[in-house]
Design a protein around this ligand. Structure first.
Ligand code: ADP
Ligand code: ASP
Ligand code: MG
Length: 428
């Protein structure tokens, strides 16, 4: 008998019919002798609907007091889900109980709308499991030290599930979603994308941080830190498929490089449309200038991603960086009102219609020429690269948003991802 955590995403919880299916699947696992903790998201579209209502009533700039209320609103979607799922489990003849994050409690810091989990007290949950109950806990939610409700950022139910699995030392955390695993790239953009049988934790971390929203990045961080066995699989298989088969399906996030399994140099392609580019033109090229520009930006709590500084001409240079698209206007205003006068920059320009496309693979450590192959295939498509950033296992480029799909498809093909090595287990 093992303690297992299941997480079901919004689409998987999207109707009462689907919730009934989730309940049947969970009941199957419980009847097989496992202790079950289930973490569902809000029903699909619900969090957007709730935040849309809030947007109608809130002004453009959000104060901490407003962010607190956003969390009060957004967290309700998950409360409905847990209640419905517990009810459906009871209809299946299971004993089941649901909890909000604050009832567990799941303790977080007070960064409303993007809170971080600090600790989880599992005593109540353990007592329920010992009494033979299935425990259903809201994803996405926590509470801070003052008892305020917090949420963990969009996609945060993944993190709730992995954190609960880590705190309770679960045997495995299964992330059930609307695709049957992690693919070489988003299968909704490239239909030829191939499901990966395994992906290393490091690659998954890069993929998630570079825009593959199949797992929230913090969930991958938790899984890495606490060594939680993590698998992504489909909630759309028939609920009564053989449990051993189901337990081996999808994509396993591995901690060791298993060379036999995946030999591709590039394992996946991620993309992100959520960024915007800003450029401060004609700044004096002297020590301290990057700090002067980015110091003000950091002080305004704006995260900066790719940064590029050009060679100087006549003692002046151009300085570009990307920020989240939601922060674009704020960044432009700040640069124009504060940074430009302080640095004597000639001009501030921006482009919110860019995207970042990245290739990811631990094989890049031991192979040369990967980045140049990427640049060649983009040039063959006539796509201009605006910025480049690299690390040990990834290369990212910033390009015009309108070429995103073309770039992803071209790179997917160039790196042979659709015909890559057949995973060992599937050969026979
Ligand atoms: P859930 O509601 O279950 O949390 P999400 O929408 O958050 O589901 O994540 C699943 C989606 O992630 C898929 O429907 C798919 O479009 C997208 N996705 C992006 N990149 C990938 C990838 N590399 N592999 C699989 N899915 C991906
Ligand atoms: N319901 C939340 C969201 O839509 C959390 C999640 O789905 O993981 O972002
Ligand atoms: Mg998600």
């Amino acid at each position: 008998m093992a303690l297992i955590v299941h997480k079901y995403g919004g689409t998987s919880m999207g109707s009462t019919e689907r919730i009934r299916n989730v309940a049947k699947r969970v009941a199957k696992w419980a009847r097989a002798g496992h202790q079950m903790v289930v973490v569902p998201s809000a029903m699909s579209g619900e969090t957007n609907r709730l935040l849309g209502l809030a947007k109608d009533l809130s002004p453009a700039t959000q104060t901490p007091a407003m962010l607190r209320e956003l969390d009060m609103i957004a967290c309700t979607g998950e409360q409905v889900s847990v209640g419905l799922l517990a009810l459906a489990l009871q209809s299946e003849g299971m004993e089941a109980v649901s909890y909000n994050g604050w009832q567990v409690p799941i303790q977080t810091d007070s960064s409303y709308t993007k809170a971080r989990i600090q600790s989880i007290d599992d005593a109540r949950v353990r007592a329920d499991l010992a009494a033979g109950k299935v425990v259903v806990i809201t994803g996405f939610q926590g509470k801070d030290d003052d008892g305020n409700v917090t949420t963990l950022g969009r996609g945060g139910s993944d993190t709730s599930a992995v954190a609960i699995a880590a705190a309770m030392k679960a045997a495995e955390c299964l992330i059930y979603t609307d695709v049957d695993g992690v693919y070489t790239t988003d299968p909704r953009v490239v239909p030829e994308a191939r499901r990966l049988h395994t992906i290393t934790f490091e690659e998954m971390l890069e993929m998630a941080s570079l825009g593959s929203k199949v797992l929230q990045i913090r969930s991958v961080e938790f899984a890495g830190k606490y060594r939680v066995p993590l698998r992504v699989l489909s909630s759309f298989t028939p609920w009564d498929i053989n449990i051993d088969e189901e337990a081996k399906s999808g994509t396993l996030i591995t901690f060791e490089e298993d060379e036999k399994m995946e030999q591709a140099v590039v394992s996946g392609i991620a993309f992100n449309r959520d960024e915007a580019k800003v450029t401060v033109m004609g700044v004096p090229d002297k020590p301290g200038i990057a700090y002067q520009i980015l110091g003000d930006v950091a002080e305004a709590n704006i995260d900066v991603d790719v940064i590029i500084q050009n060679v100087s001409h006549d003692g002046k240079t151009d300085f570009s960086f990307t920020v989240h698209r939601n922060d674009y206007q704020r960044t432009m205003d700040l640069l124009k009102s504060k940074v430009q006068p302080a640095t004597g920059a000639e001009q501030v320009i921006g482009d919110p219609k860019i995207c970042k496309v990245s290739i990811v693979g631990i094989g890049m450590r031991s192979h040369v020429g990967v980045a140049s192959k990427m640049f060649r295939s983009l040039s063959e498509e006539g796509i201009n690269i605006q910025m480049i950033s690299t690390s040990e296992i990834k290369t990212s480029v910033v390009i015009d948003e309108k070429y995103m799909e073309l770039a992803v498809r071209a790179l997917h093909k160039a790196f042979d991802l659709e015909e890559s090595v057949v995973p060992v287990q599937e050969k026979s």
